[in-house]
Design a protein around this ligand. Structure first.
Ligand code: GLY
Ligand code: MN
Ligand code: MN
Length: 526
């Protein structure tokens, strides 16, 4: 920008206010509530709060073993795991729904509804036999008493606004973890910490207030700043991810439930597809059906579902979901329901909007299905590692693209290390671990996944696709603007077999057509 232009811009900004006008009162009660009459009436004549009875959580017992596992991996250290805080949208309205951080959920066994601002601290102890153990404490914002003005004025924590909240004792009942007032957190973090004492490890970027607190304590105690500790905290993330890789029988049962709930969302979609075809924003209607079913069945969706019809199905991460359903085209739907326990599923199906695949659509769909089946077969070979499954997708897709006459080189050439031409039509990763997150164990080291052998209790997705961009000049015109993805949720059983959990929504073109024919709005109402 020229100096003249900058001068004009500076002059335009010269008179702008630089300090806010204090005591802005838009919509709030604020100082209007200082009247003596209000002060006299507000504190008295309340009965006892009706608190729901606290119960030990379904995962509380397993969470004991999980805390043991992480403490054993990083013995002699103080491990800090915040629940997180909601992101403010405006004033006292947050982006909703709030969801506690995954590591916190895993290590406490808590799920939906619990509880911003909480922090789990696992501190080292010395056992009677001289070995190192750990003592765990949960720090929460306890309910505020009715005699405290914050009961009425604190719209985040005051029960006048939030309704009855669990007490410290309730948290102890739900988790079995000793629970204290959050105001004691700082002293607890400082106790015996320092270069010659206990080191702090933080699960970062979950609660900015805790990040700032720990950074300040570390600097103050000579433990270094955030940069000095970045590696230490990253290792913590890796270990936290790795202890979630193998699911217990109870977790597997929960994930089967989340898959079943997601299958019901697909059922509802198939029921209402004929109506969605008739409205302007058919994609959005199906998104709402999916999301509403997931919310009804559990907590929420694990992410905005993709509902991509017509040429939008060729867009890898389309999630505007704003277009109509295109007659004669496909609609690709990718989503998963997260249960109250926060365990989730992640399933994609691609349907013909009119209920019948065209020959071309069927060929492309079959190519994707073949790649998924080839990958499952590869996963079930003795000694297979996770990555073999992903590689098998690419081998199958390269050969299918060769057969379709699309690949500009032979499949053999494309599969050489300096080939990879097939990635133009399948650019994304084709699987990930799943559990308390849609992409669970994301920070695990490669030797745990993707380079590890399949281990009983692993649950993951397999999600090959083929995407022909609407502007792709390398493919015949009739292919342009078609995308197909097939995503299933897979489990390694006790015997080591890799099985599909999500085949309750049909996978083959024939089964999809039959399934769509069975569904309709009448069934939704019934
Ligand atoms: N849509 C993201 C995923 O399936 O992993
Ligand atoms: Mn998905
Ligand atoms: Mn996925």
């Amino acid at each position: 920008m020229s100096n003249d232009a900058l001068g004009i811009i500076r002059q335009a900004a010269a008179g702008n206010a630089v300090t806010p006008e204090a005591k802005h009162q838009a919509g709030g009660m604020g100082t209007r509530l200082q009247g003596q009459g209000f002060q006299d009436i507000i504190y008295g004549n309340w009965g006892k709060a009706h608190r729901p009875e606290a119960k030990r959580g379904k995962f509380a017992d397993e969470a004991v073993a999980r805390r043991d596992a992480i403490a054993k991996l990083l013995p002699g250290e103080r491990l800090i795991i915040p629940a997180g805080i909601p992101k403010t949208r405006v004033n006292d309205i947050d982006f909703q729904p709030f969801r506690i951080g995954t590591a916190f959920a895993h290590l406490t066994g808590l799920g939906e509804g619990h509880k911003a601002d909480s922090v789990l601290v696992i501190s080292p102890t010395v056992n009677d036999d001289g070995t190192v153990g750990h003592h765990d404490v949960l720090y929460i914002e306890p309910p505020i008493d009715r005699t405290d003005p914050r009961f009425y004025s604190d719209n985040k924590h005051g029960e006048f606004w939030t309704g009855p909240q669990p007490t410290l004792a309730d948290f102890e009942t739900m988790t079995g973890i000793e629970t204290r007032d959050r105001t004691e957190l700082e002293d607890a973090l400082r106790a015996d910490a320092g270069p010659d004492g206990i080191r702090l490890r933080l699960c970062r970027e979950v609660d900015a207030n805790v990040d700032a607190l720990v950074d300040a304590i570390r600097v103050d105690l000579g433990l270094g700043g955030a940069d000095d500790n970045a590696g230490i905290d990253e290792v913590f993330q890796e270990r936290l991810s790795e202890i979630r890789l193998i699911k217990s029988p109870l977790e597997i049962e929960e994930m089967r439930r989340s898959v079943r709930a997601t299958l019901r969302a697909f059922d509802r979609i198939a029921d209402l597809l004929p109506i969605a075809r008739q409205v302007k924003r058919g994609e959005r209607l199906l998104e709402v059906v999916f999301t509403g079913t997931a919310r009804y069945e559990g907590h929420v969706v694990a992410g905005i579902p993709a509902v991509a019809s017509g040429k939008r199905s060729g867009i890898l991460h389309y999630e505007d979901n704003i277009g109509p359903l295109e007659d004669g085209g496909l609609v690709l739907i990718d989503g998963g329901g997260e249960l109250n326990s926060l365990y989730t599923a992640d399933i994609t199906r691609t349907f013909p909007v009119g209920g019948k695949f065209t020959d071309l659509q069927r060929r492309l769909y079959q190519a994707v299905l073949d790649s998924a089946d080839a990958a499952i077969a590869a996963a079930n070979k003795p000694g297979a590692v996770y990555h073999d499954m992903i590689d098998a997708v690419m081998v199958s897709v390269a050969h299918s693209l060769e057969k379709l006459g699309i690949l500009p080189v032979s499949a053999e050439e494309a599969l050489k290390p300096d080939g990879h031409q097939q990635y133009r039509w399948l650019y994304h990763g084709t699987g990930h671990m799943m559990g308390l997150d849609c992409h669970d164990s994301h920070h695990a080291r490669n030797e745990f996944y993707p380079d590890s052998e399949f281990k009983p209790g692993m649950v993951f997705t397999l999600e090959p696709g083929l995407y022909f961009d609407a502007a792709d000049l390398l493919v015949p015109e009739e292919y342009r603007g078609i995308g197909v993805r097939l995503e299933d949720d897979l489990l390694v059983t006790d015997s080591g077999e890799v099985v599909i959990l999500s085949d309750g929504v049909p996978r083959s073109p024939e089964d999809i057509e039959a399934w769509m024919a069975e569904h309709g709005p009448e069934r939704y109402i019934a």
